[in-house]
Design a protein around this ligand. Structure first.
Ligand SMILES: Nc1ncnc2c1ncn2[C@@H]1O[C@H](COP(=O)(O)OP(=O)(O)O)[C@@H](O)[C@H]1O
Ligand SMILES: [Mg+2]
Length: 251
């Protein structure tokens, strides 16, 4: 369960405070599949980073599975993420000196212990599932943008995270490859019971989510999960998609 209370984030830009997230509160049930939508600059990436414990809020707090991230040190947060969280960055963040396979193994190095050793056979299969079985020894510079994105996805799955955050995971993919990636995430959501929180402009992807949270100007302006209780989004096969067509015109 993800619980965000009164989240705010203010950057300092040119000596002036720039509030980009304002009083965001969210309850996300275990095994939910939530899509965060909103125009460019509305704070989606910032929100995802705070929910995942990659960044610290200026106000409010985030609890993941009962752990208040704001009470942890940076090292403790990193350890918590290594065990529980997968993250697909909008800009991939692959390590340039490592091959595709080595990149996907990184989360297991960070995790360590027997649990990581048990998962060591996974990365090759994950790369095969995203269609990169013949690219495992390629370095990021030898891969196209879409291929790098798929490596980033495979890497985010490597530690079998309980919660997967993905920032526009199909943003650089053609429709067919995007479909494979969406399917992989849905399978993970269903079979591995992974909570999915995605930022997307992809209508196909948004329509598959069980819940839509829409941001504008750093605030939640629509949340199809509100009022129905914290477990609403896992009740029933698929909640009504909240008219993702409205996204068409957005950046
Ligand atoms: N590190 C930063 N320092 C200053 N401003 C930032 C920083 N990161 C993001 N911003 C600003 O915060 C706003 C929200 O950014 P972001 O969360 O990336 O939006 P989105 O993902 O919805 O496009 C933007 O106006 C952006 O310029
Ligand atoms: Mg963004």
């Amino acid at each position: 369960m993800i619980l965000a209370e009164g989240l705010g984030k203010t950057y300092v830009s040119g000596g002036r405070p720039l509030p980009v997230l304002k009083d965001v509160s969210l309850h996300i049930a275990p095994e939910a599949f939530v899509a965060i939508l909103g125009p460019s600059g509305s704070g989606k990436t910032t929100l995802l980073g705070l929910l995942a414990g990659l960044d610290e809020p200026s106000s409010g707090r985030v609890c993941l599975d009962g752990v208040d991230l704001t009470t942890l040190t940076e090292d403790q947060r990193a350890g918590f993420r290594a065990r529980n969280v997968g993250f697909v960055f909008q800009t991939f963040h692959l390590l340039p000196t490592l091959t595709a396979l080595e990149n996907v193994l990184v989360p297991l190095e960070l995790m360590g212990g027997q649990q990581a050793r048990d998962l060591r056979d996974g990365p090759r299969g994950l790369l095969e599932r995203v269609g990169l079985g013949d690219r495992v020894d390629h370095y990021p510079t030898q891969l196209s943008g879409g291929e790098q994105q798929r490596v980033a996805l495979a890497r985010a799955f490597a530690n079998r995270p309980r919660i997967l955050f993905a920032d526009e995971p199909t943003g650089n993919l053609d429709q067919e490859t995007g479909g494979v990636v969406i399917e992989l995430m849905e399978t993970l959501n269903r079979e591995a019971r992974t909570t999915l929180v995605l930022v997307t402009h992809d209508l196909t992807l948004a329509a598959r989510a069980h819940r839509i949270v829409r941001l504008a100007g750093g605030r939640v302006v629509e949340d199809t999960g509100v009022g129905a209780g914290p477990t609403a989004e896992i009740a029933g096969p698929r909640a009504e998609p909240a008219g993702p067509q409205a996204e068409l015109g957005e950046a």
